[in-house]
Design a protein around this ligand. Structure first.
Ligand code: SF4
Ligand code: MG
Length: 341
């Protein structure tokens, strides 16, 4: 089995209390019934508008947030499979060596009072790995691995550009030799050419160290370039999971199609860009979700049944997974058809 991490029925509910007795009257289902597998060495993209819960899923998977329910099975480097959903804080500390996260904002995620040696070496200090000299050598090595000069170790983050700071964050994430890295909008704050360089770096590192990535982004163009498979989230649920090429050539969920249509597409015959078709309506409020299919108020294909009955995420004979009553009947063609609507 080549699965590195397997998420089963992940839930994050926030209880709603009412009255002076603070009676539990319901839950906000921020994340509901999310299941996905990530294979060793692959890049799994998780996409959706902001508020879809994709960042929360990543944080739950790394146990940065407590979860309400679900299993998170992680295959350790030793081959042992651990359900980290039930690990204590101490047990999780050990796991964090193998699971790391890269954050969006390279400006606020690095402590400005720490040198690069301290920043990149900190995970080793926390986990008691190596003596001072070994940590120094390792940090110098990590800096060169991410394309920064080893002499930079005594400098502070303010001396670096956004793209370089991102690399410092990447070096720090690599310090303990993780097998799994979750990148949350990792390059979204950078301008296009710097973002592309850092994406290439992440791809090189993946090959070099056999890393597995969870890539969280709202940027479909970027995820098409980097991900092997993609999960599409809406309002805390997975709407569709498919190999990247299949998803883009034939989306099966109306929400996926709408997301694609909202991305400017290069015209195949020239450099002109096809018109962006904005998604109509707002993402619904998780505290007051629509009945039935959560996407039905925005879905151009909605039928009566959609307002009353919530579709399950189901596997089609093709092996693809989709949460739509009519996935087999609709013939969606993604951005092209949507742009012509
Ligand atoms: Fe649209 Fe209905 Fe499918 Fe939901 S179940 S995506 S409303 S067609
Ligand atoms: Mg987010």
């Amino acid at each position: 089995d080549d699965t590195l991490i397997s998420v089963r029925g992940l839930k994050k509910y926030f209880p709603i209390h009412a009255g002076w007795r603070k009676r539990h009257v319901g839950d906000i289902k921020a994340i509901d019934d999310v299941s996905l597998d990530i294979k060793k060495g692959e890049t799994f993209g998780l996409v959706g508008e902001s508020g879809s819960g994709k960042s929360t899923v990543a944080r739950l998977m790394l146990r940065a947030y407590s979860l309400t329910d679900g299993q998170i099975l992680f295959r350790r480097a030793s081959g042992e499979v651990v359900d980290i959903s039930s690990l204590s804080e101490r047990g999780m500390r050990e796991m964090r060596q193998e699971m790391q996260m890269i954050f969006q904002d390279p400006y606020s995620s690095l402590n400005p009072r720490m040198t690069l040696l301290e920043l990149v070496g900190e995970p080793m200090v926390i986990h008691g790995v190596g003596n001072q000299a070994q940590i120094r050598d390792r940090v110098a090595e990590l800096l060169s691995v991410v394309g920064l000069r080893p002499e930079f170790l005594t400098r502070y983050p303010h001396a670096f550009s956004g793209g370089q700071r991102q690399r410092i964050g990447i070096a720090r994430a690599l310090a303990l030799n993780p097998s799994f890295i979750a990148a949350d909008e990792a390059v979204s704050a950078l301008d296009v050419s710097v973002a592309a360089q850092n994406i290439n770096l992440l791809q090189d590192l993946q090959e070099q160290f056999g890393l597995t990535y969870l890539f969280i982004t709202h940027d479909l163009g970027m995820v098409e370039h980097i991900a092997d498979r993609i999960g599409v989230m809406y309002l805390g649920r997975i709407m569709e999971i498919a190999p990247t090429h299949d998803l883009f050539s034939k989306p099966l969920h109306p929400y996926t199609e709408a997301l694609m249509a909202a991305v400017p597409q290069p015209d195949p015959r020239g450099n002109r860009t096809r018109k962006r078709v904005p998604l109509k309506g707002e993402i619904a409020n998780a505290a007051n979700p629509p009945s039935g299919c959560l996407f039905h108020p925005r879905c151009p294909y909605a039928q009566e049944r959609c307002a009353s009955e919530e579709p399950a995420l189901r596997a089609l004979p093709s092996g693809r997974q989709v949460r739509c009553h009519f996935a087999d009947e609709l013939s969606l063609t993604g951005a092209v058809a949507a742009a012509q609507r």
